[in-house]
Ligand binder design. Structure first.
Ligand code: PLP
Length: 424
């Protein structure tokens, strides 16, 4: 199939402004529907745009010298800002402010939860030496878990079903009275699949195991209450909920053992995460938490409407396009789509600078290895290369979604033309 030309595209998308066209390939290099000509951003799994409220709060916080440990006017001002932000983050998840430990992000929070609890077990001579993590965890859980083998822990991976949800029957057989900690994420970062945490917690409680959840993708996007869930530890990431990058938190239940610190040299954050607190980032995170809390239902509805609209438009033209998590509840706004025969990387490349979305997790993009998440769900290596993920965020508009659908459909024609595959 010959690649379709720009003129066809302009007919398909009447309000498209073409700025730069590569004369040789007849490809779009830049486009614009907005004043700043930015590409359409549909990759909020990787990071969310910064909320203007978080940006404003940070700009204000940068203006003063701010060491929250200093015993003077500016130190107290900083301490006050940190306390307010801690309360806002705690409120978002139904925790007490004293249960929030600020970290540099969810990666660090996960490391503190897993390694810190393993070290606590070693120091308190707990006999429990089994760690169970789901097979679809982010590497920020998988890698510290694997490292714990060097300390003598047994690490077991719990399988998932074909929709990407943890298989609780299998988990029930793996978790036993030797199990120290189970880590199952709240929602997956490649598929958006929300995990059956209530069942996971029941299995843990029955066996006296502690339970950690990596909430990086879910917190601020779906409502979540740590007391209702009855979990011990929850990791949070600010830049996945419209806050700044470089800040996150670990919720440590007042009823759970305190993880041992991985760093030494200061008493901040209850000694669990020492180091001078980055006040402006914490303030930005707090502002993002407050806004997310206020807008939770609105954001959920908006994301759901946009992703369903996009899915419908794609499926109307491409009968084979399928959402791989069809049987699982997913984060509102998320889509994980399989287009058999289309190389997802080719599709993404052909829309580079026009519509931004991705395959797999951002950290492993560019590697040719199949995603461990898709493999765990039973997808073949070939099918895995045809999967891409989209997340419609708070600031996406219907106009952007309609334009993205047209551009993706047009790009599918071009990409399938290149590979000789005929689309239906
Ligand atoms: N956990 C999950 C599920 C994620 O999606 C990510 C980011 O991609 C992380 C952890 C790492 O979070 P951070 O960037 O805050 O360290």
């Amino acid at each position: 199939m010959e690649p379709r030309g720009i003129l066809d595209l302009q007919t398909a998308v009447p309000n498209l402004t073409l700025n730069i066209i590569d004369k040789q390939s007849n490809c779009l290099l830049e486009w614009g529907v907005s004043k700043n000509n930015n590409p359409i951003y549909l990759d909020a799994f990787a990071t969310t745009p910064l909320a203007p409220e978080a940006k404003a709060a940070m700009l204000n916080a940068w203006t003063n010298p701010a060491n929250a440990g200093s015993a003077h006017f500016f130190g107290e001002l900083a301490q006050d800002s940190v306390s307010k932000a801690r309360a806002a983050v705690a409120d978002l998840i139904g925790a007490a402010a004293s249960e929030i430990v600020f970290t540099s992000g969810a990666t660090e929070a996960n490391n503190i939860a897993l390694i810190g609890i393993a070290r606590w077990a070693l120091e308190t001579q707990s006999y429990r030496r089994r760690i169970v993590v789901s097979a679809i965890e982010h590497k920020a859980v998988l890698e510290p878990a694997l490292w714990l083998r060097t300390l003598g822990f047994e690490v077991i991976f719990a399988p998932v079903d074909s929709s990407g949800g943890v298989d609780c029957e299998a988990l029930d057989k793996i978790v036993d009275e030797q199990t120290l900690l189970v880590s199952v994420m709240t929602a997956n970062n490649e598929t958006g699949a929300i995990q059956p945490l209530n069942d996971v917690v029941s299995i843990c409680r029955k066996n006296g195991a502690l339970i950690h959840s990596d909430g990086a993708q879910a917190v601020g996007k779906v409502s979540l209450d740590v007391l209702d869930l009855d979990i011990d530890y929850l990791s949070l990431s600010s830049h996945k909920m419209y806050g700044p990058v470089g800040i996150g938190a670990l919720y440590v239940s007042a009823a759970a053992p305190k993880p041992k610190s991985l760093c030494f040299g200061g008493g901040q954050e209850g000694g669990i995460r020492p180091g001078t607190q980055p006040v402006p980032l914490i303030v930005g995170f707090g502002a993002a938490a407050e806004i997310a809390h206020e807008r939770l239902l609105l954001d959920e509805e908006h994301g759901r409407q946009l992703s369903q609209r996009l899915l419908h438009k794609l499926q109307t033209q491409l009968a084979e396009c399928r959402q791989i998590t069809s049987q699982a509840p997913v984060l509102p706004g998320s889509l994980c789509l399989l287009l058999p025969g289309i190389e997802a990387n080719d599709l993404i490349d052909s829309l580079r600078g026009v519509v931004c979305f991705s395959t797999g997790s951002a950290c492993s993009s560019g590697q040719l290895t199949a995603s461990h998440v898709l493999s765990a769900m039973g997808l073949s290596k070939t099918d895995s290369t045809s999967v891409f993920r989209i997340f419609c965020n708070r600031y996406n508009t219907i106009e952007q979604i309609d334009l993205s659908a047209s551009l993706i459909l047009e790009a599918c024609q071009r990409v399938s033309g290149r590979t000789g595959r005929v689309l239906q």
